[in-house]
Design a protein around this ligand. Sequence first.
Ligand SMILES: C[S@@+](CC[C@H](N)C(=O)[O-])C[C@H]1O[C@@H](n2cnc3c(N)ncnc32)[C@H](O)[C@@H]1O
Length: 240
Amino acid sequence: MYKEVITKDGSLTLKNEKYNECYHSSEGAIKESLYKHIYPAFEVAKKNNYFGGEIKILDICYGLGYNTLLSILNKPKNIKLKIFSPEIDKNLVKSLKNFQYPKEFNKIRHIIESISKNFFYKDENIEVDIYIGNAREYIKNLKNVDIIYQDAFSPKVNKELWTIEYFSDLKKILNKKGVITTYSVATPIRCTLYKLGFKLYTHPYENIRKGTIASLDSLNFPKVNFEEKLKRVGCKVLKD
Ligand SMILES: C[S@@+](CC[C@H](N)C(=O)[O-])C[C@H]1O[C@@H](n2cnc3c(N)ncnc32)[C@H](O)[C@@H]1O
C-alpha cells in the first residue's frame, strides 16, 4: 500500500497507492515542510509574541509526521508547543517507529516512538495529541488554534478536506491572528479562503515552489493579487 520515494533533498517520503499520491512534493519532504509551513507560520507566531508563550498547532493530517516533528525541532526556546493532529490511517502511525527519518530526527527518537505507540507525547514544553479518525469530526471540538498546517492529499483525491464547509469550520477554531499554511495554489482553494474573508499571501522563499498563506490578519508576506484573477476566471469553490 505504501512505496518508498526519495525526494530531491534526500529525505524519504512514501507514495500511498490507494490515493495514488505521495505524502510530500518531489522537491523534498523536509524542504516542503519547512518552507511552505513551518517557517512562515513561525514568522506569524513571532509577530504575535508567540501567542503568549504557547503555540497551538493543528496539523492536518499527521501522515508521516514531518510537519509535527519539524515544528518540534524548530521550536523557539522558552516557547511551549501543543500540537493536535488527526490521522485516519492508524496502521501508518503505528508503523512510523520503523520509518527511516532524516538523521536530524534522531534527537527526538523518544517522541517518534511515543507517538507511534501511544498516539501521544508530553513533556514540560511539548504536547502532541494524535486523533485516529476523521479530521472533519475532530476539528469541531477544537478552539483557539494559532497555526493550521493544511496538508491533506490533493483536492482531486481528498476532497472532504478542501471544501468550503471544511474551511468554514477551520475559520471558527482559528485565532483571529492565526494562520493557515498550505502547499496548494489552486484557484478554487484560494477562492474558498478569499470568500471566507481570509487575506492571501505566499511565502517569500525563492528555492521552492509557492504555496498559500491565509490569515484574517494583515501579514508581512508577498500578497496574492487575487481579485484580478477572480474577474477573469470567476470564483468556483468545492462543496461537500
Ligand atoms: C499528504 S499526507 C500528510 C503529510 C503529513 N502532513 C506529513 O508531514 O508527513 C495526508 C494525510 O491525510 C490523511 N487523511 C486523508 N483524509 C483524512 C481524513 N478525512 N481524516 C483524517 N486523515 C485523513 C491521510 O491518511 C494522509 O496520511
